[in-house]
Design a protein around this ligand. Sequence first.
Ligand code: ATP
Ligand code: MG
Length: 573
Amino acid sequence: MAEIENDKLQAEEKRGLNFVQQIVADDLAAGKNGGRLNTRFPPEPNGYLHIGHAKAICMDFGVAEMMGGTCNLRFDDTNPQKEDTEYEQAIMRDIHWLGYDWGDRLYYASDYFPRLYDFAIRLIKEGKAYVDDQTSEQIAAQKGTPTTPGQNSPYRDRPVEENLDLFERMNKGEFEEGSRVLRAKIDMASDNMHFRDPIMYRIIKKPHWRTGDKWKVYPMYDFAHGQSDYFEGVTHSICTLEFVPHRPLYDYFVRELAGDSVEEYCPRQIEFNRLNLTYTVMSKRKLLQLVKEGLVAGWDDPRMPTLCGLRRRGFTPQSIKNFLNDIGYTKYEALNDISLLEHSIREDLNAHAPRVSAVLNPVKLVITNYPADRVEMMEMDNNPEQPDAGKHQMPFGRELYIERDDFMEEPPKKFFRLAPDKEVRLKGAYIVRCTGVVKDEQGNITEIQCTYDPDTLSGMPGANRKVKGTLHWVSAKHCVSAEVRLYDRLFAVENPGAEAERDFRELLNPDSLRVLDDVKIEPYLAQTAQVEDKFQFQRIGYFCVDPDSKPGRLVFNRTIGLKDSWAKEQKKG
Ligand code: ATP
Ligand code: MG
C-alpha cells in the first residue's frame, strides 16, 4: 500500500509539484472557491517554533506564494493555561526569519470566542449539545473502543433549558474546573471515535493572555479549528497526518454552522507527514522541559531544534528550505536522517561563507631562518567557490601558531602533516621543513622549529613545488584570542523519542558542548566579524558569531564540521 502511494507521489513530484501543491493546483484549475487560494499556519503560542513547524510553514506560506494566494497567521490560543505573548512574539520573528509574511492577515482563535459561544448555544437549542456532569475519567470509560460502541452519558437527554442554564453558569464561573463539560450530541456508536459525543467546551478559570477574565469556558481545539478556518475563508487547511481522523468532525461542525452554503465553500483539509529527525526530540513539552531544567541554555541554545536555536547555530533559512524540499511531503510517517540537514547547511555555507584562518588548539611554530622584525602580507582568497568574493591580507612572521594535531614526533606512514625533517606548505605562504622541537620539563612540546624555503612563495620559481600537506596558521604577533563553542548532536541515540523505557533526559549526549577559550584567529576575522556572520575556518568547519560576543572578545559557535557523512553515504550507495 505504502509503495503504491509512494509511486503516485513520486510521479506527481516529477511534474515539479509535491502532492499537496498538486491538489491545490487542480482545485484552482477547476475554478473551486472562485479561483481563490487562502492557506493558514495555526501555531499554538505555547512554545517556540522548531524545524518541524518550518516544514508546515514552508508548505502553508510556500504554496500560497507559488500560486498567487495568501496565507494567514492564526494563533490557536484556545488554552490560557500554557500560552504567552513571549511565544507569540518569538513565533512571528521566526516566520519572518524564514522569509515569509502574513501581511494584514494576523488572526487569533480567541477573536472567535463570541462566535463559537453563540454557535454552541445554537447547537444546544437544536438539541445537538448537552452539559455533562461526569468526570473526565467517567467520560473516557464510556468512550468504547474502535470495535465496540460507547455508552450514552446519563446526562445526554437533559432538557434544552437546563443545558442552556448550566452552560451559561459554567461561563459565569459558578462551577469548578473539571466539574462539567459541554459535549456535542452526535453518535456514541460511530466508527470514528471523534464522533462519540466529543467535548466542545471545558471550564478554565485562569485569565487568558488576550481576553482576560471574560471567559470561564474555553473551546476545545476540535471545536475551534475547523470553524476558525471557515470564519477566515481558508480554502486549503494543510496539516499533519494525525488530523486525518479529525477531518470528518471538522466537516460536521462546519456543515452545522454553515448549512447548505457549504456546497459552495468549505475549507479543504490536506494532511502530510510530520518531520521527525534522528538525534532530536521535537515535542514542545520535552523542549520546554530541557529549557526549564537548565539542560540547555535556553530556547535558542544552538543545540536545540528550534528555529531560534538553529539560527544561533549558524543555519540559514535557505539551508532549511533546501533540506525540507529534499525530503519532500508524503502520506506516511518517517524518521529523517539529521545528516541530510547537516549536508544542506554545509552546501549553503560552502557557497557563501568567507574562508578565514583560526587555530583551535594552538602550538607555536618558529621559523628560525626568518627575520624577527619582518612581516609579509599574504593574499588569501575569500572564497574559491565565488570568483568575485575577492581576497584579504594575512600577516606572516617568524612566529606562528599551527594546530597541535598537525604535528607528530613519530608519525605513522600516511601522516602528511608536519613531522621531524618533513616538509609542508603553510597555506598561502611558504614551504617549511621541521628542524626540531622544544619541550617543557614534563615532555610537552612547547615549540616546533622550522626553516622556510624563500623560493616557494606564489610568483617565485619554486611556487609550484609540490609537498603532500598544507597547514593553516596564524601569526603569533598579530592573532587575536577568541572563544569557540564546539557543538555536537544533543542526543546520543538515534531515536530518543522511541526509547520507551528510559527518560529522554538520560539520552542526552554528554559531549554536545565543548568550550575552547583560547582559539587564535587571524586579525582580518577579528576586525570584521559581526554577530550572526558565518565563516569557514579553513580545514576545520563552519562557524558563526554568537550574540554573547563582546568588543575585543569574539565568541564563535561551530555550526558544523567539514566532513560530510551524508555525501559520503550517497556516493557509496
Ligand atoms: P502541540 O502538541 O502543542 O499541539 P504542535 O507541535 O502540534 O504541538 P502547534 O503549535 O499546534 O504545535 O503546531 C502548529 C502547526 O505546525 C500545526 O499545524 C502542526 O501540524 C505543524 N507541526 C507541528 N509539528 C510539526 C512537525 N514535526 N512536522 C510538520 N509539521 C508540524
Ligand atoms: Mg498542535
